[in-house]
Ligand binder design. Structure first.
Ligand code: PLP
Length: 385
């Protein structure tokens, strides 16, 4: 089979709507012009409800990791203690960033697919009372699990400890209430739910985080958040050359999101996640994170005797349906189906349909169509409600 149409259900990059592609195809404009400033201001304003904040959003020309790095070297001094939740690849990344800048990272290790328990955060802060910040993923994309950010914030906001949350597969997927919860820094990236190509990162800072950023002594140059914020707020431009086309595309993507309305966007993601999850038991398969599943990506464990890498490869190369496998210890054991951004519940019929074909090819026995029917039932139930 030579598919003429390809589908992208990876947990980033994710599909980009035609309206956004067209916006980005417009002739480039200079980044120090009133036209660009207007788009920048509007995009930054339109992002606020997705973060659940009244704070200013800072845009950075970088992949999501750039904003993670900026959080580390703008909010802490070398030698400062931090607690980080390592429940997957991205949690591990916090530890590596802290190490790179000479901070002392205290790791809370969480089994893949599980959520950190708020008591573990309390305990870590008791064990290390000098901790200046806690780092966690709102949604850990590698394990398709969410961590309880609001409950963690309830702990950190009572102390002089900042909470930094990686919302890269959360912002625009499910409700974030940065201000109400008391999150001090929330990070996002363009290529997941924000319906853009990779290359833009965003970060919002609470008042106390901003104050801390003004005093931090860690080395920094490109990612200088106080400087970046001052320029974006007061000069309506970026410190360095902006990712002009991505900013214009972001503004358009946010227009689409607000036209749909945020509650509907969140409901759609919840429906896609529930429908995709329902396919697993229907096929006799298990989920990696059944108790605390992420609304943006679903991780289905492949059967013992099946090589998950072959399933993923066959889906992508032969069937034209891009999904992602597992990383590290989950290599070959997991299929991750992304449902973020420009994706409809009906797309999950395609994703699960292709998964069934690839599993059958690998010799796994089940009733063909059982997973697809489970997805269909969820969509029908939602349509009737
Ligand atoms: C995609 C992702 C990132 C950022 O990765 P980049 O490759 O730098 O964009 C960070 N955290 C999470 C949870 C992600 O899903």
């Amino acid at each position: 089979m030579q598919p003429n149409k390809r589908y992208l259900f990876t947990p980033g990059p994710a599909p980009v709507p035609p309206e956004v592609l067209l916006e980005m195809a417009r002739p480039i404009i200079h980044h120090r012009t009133p036209e660009f400033s207007a788009a920048l201001d509007q995009a930054r304003e339109r992002l606020k409800p997705l973060f659940g904040t009244r704070s200013e959003i800072i845009l950075l020309a970088a992949s999501g990791t750039g904003a993670m790095e900026a959080a580390v070297n703008n909010l802490l001094d070398p030698g400062d203690a931090a607690v980080f939740v390592n429940g997957g690849k991205f949690g591990e990344r916090w530890g590596r960033l802290l190490k790179a800048y000479g901070m002392v990272g205290h790791e809370i290790r969480v089994e893949w697919g599980r959520a950190v328990r708020p008591e573990q955060i309390e305990q870590a802060l008791r064990d290390h009372p000098e901790t200046r910040a806690v780092f966690v993923q709102a949604s850990e994309t590698s394990t398709c699990a969410v961590h309880p950010v609001a409950e963690i914030a309830a702990i950190t906001r009572r102390r002089d400890t900042l909470l930094v949350a990686d919302g890269i597969t959360s912002v625009g997927v499910f409700e974030q209430r940065m201000d109400d919860w008391g999150v001090d820094a929330l990070v996002a990236g363009s290529q997941k739910a924000l319906m853009l190509p990779p290359g833009l990162a965003m970060i919002a800072l609470s008042e106390r985080a901003l104050e801390r950023a003004g005093k931090s002594r860690a080395p920094r140059f490109y990612f200088d958040l106080p400087r970046e914020l001052r320029l974006q707020r007061e000069e309506h431009t970026t410190a360095w050359t902006a990712a002009v086309s991505l900013v214009l595309g972001l503004n358009k993507a946010l227009e689409l999101i607000h036209d749909e309305t945020l509650p509907r966007v969140f409901r759609r993601h919840a429906l896609m996640a529930e429908a995709t999850r329902a396919a697993a038991p229907a096929l006799g398969l298990k989920l990696l994170a059944p108790e605390n599943p992420a609304p943006g990506v679903t991780g289905i464990l492949v059967p013992e005797k099946v090589d998950g890498s072959k399933v993923v490869r066959s889906m992508r190369d032969r069937l034209g349906v891009g999904v992602q496998g597992g990383q590290d210890q989950m290599k070959g054991r997991l299929v991750r189906i992304g449902h973020m951004g420009y994706v409809s519940p009906f797309d999950m019929l395609i994703a699960v349909g292709a998964l069934e074909i690839a599993l059958k090819e690998q010799g796994f026995h089940f009733t063909m169509g059982a997973g697809v029917a489970a997805v269909q039932e969820h969509i029908a139930r939602d349509a009737a409600s």
